[in-house]
Design a binder for this molecule. Structure first.
Ligand code: SF4
Length: 232
């Protein structure tokens, strides 16, 4: 029987050995090692990692967190991914609806305590949803922000006791654009409207970046918050 300790050692070894590997090779290692106990998470900003994973593991589970605060375009992207790609989209929801959260914590918690809001609407549902998996892949890239600059391609997620992959960690935005173009990958339409990172719809959570800004500059802009907590 494979234990978490075995997986931790395997993750650290793979992180070293696959540092220079292609995204497909990294995902192939995950598919060979974990089979169906491996999933991809997607914010539905684009379907790049879902597409990559589907080429090595058709029918792969793609986990989406429906916070209840998404733009309609994001929900539409999720539905398009589910309808057109060889993947199994799984939607996770928070324990509380937005109305229940408003009643319990007061309205617009995202403006007053975004860390708590993200904890309730993203971190807890993801932790619950990942329970049935041994490994998960994200779309984190090193060039997205200083907080992501040291993202390993394969790591041990000690909090969740799972292997965590970032198969496109070494990619640049130009690499993403080239892959999208070459493979006709679905994109969230908001990316054509000036958004460079798409999260929840409240303005305090996702805004268009200012002049000269890019990447994740529009996420929780001006608050000092840079991550929702999933990747901390
Ligand atoms: S991104 Fe904003 S609305 Fe979404 S869970 Fe976090 S604080 Fe709440």
């Amino acid at each position: 029987m494979t234990t978490a300790t075995d997986y931790e050692a395997a993750a650290l070894k793979a992180g070293r050995e696959l540092e220079e590997a292609s995204a497909q090779e990294i995902l192939r290692w995950a598919a060979d090692t974990f089979g169906r106990r491996f999933c991809v998470t997607s914010s539905m900003e684009d379907a790049v990692v879902a597409h990559l994973a589907s080429t090595v593991l058709p029918g792969v589970d793609v986990v989406f967190l429906d916070t209840g605060y998404h733009f309609p375009e994001t929900i539409g992207t999720r539905d398009a991914v589910a309808a057109t790609m060889p993947v199994n989209v799984i939607t996770l929801t928070p324990k509380l609806t937005v109305a229940e959260q408003d009643a319990a914590y007061g309205p617009q918690l995202h403006d007053r305590d975004p860390d708590l809001c993200c904890s309730l609407r993203k971190v807890e549902p993801l932790n619950r949803g990942l329970g049935g998996y041994d490994a998960w892949a994200t779309g984190l890239r090193r060039d997205e922000s200083p907080s992501r600059a040291n993202t390993p391609v394969v790591a041990w997620d000690a909090k969740r006791r799972k292997v965590k992959l970032a198969p496109i960690a070494r990619w640049t935005q130009a690499d993403v654009d080239a892959y999208v173009q070459a493979n006709g990958v679905l994109l969230n339409p908001l990316l054509w409207e000036g958004y460079t990172s798409v999260g929840c719809s409240p303005l305090s959570c996702t805004a268009k970046p200012g002049e000269g800004e890019a990447g994740r500059a529009g996420r929780w802009a001006g608050s000092g918050k840079t991550e929702c907590g999933i990747h901390l």
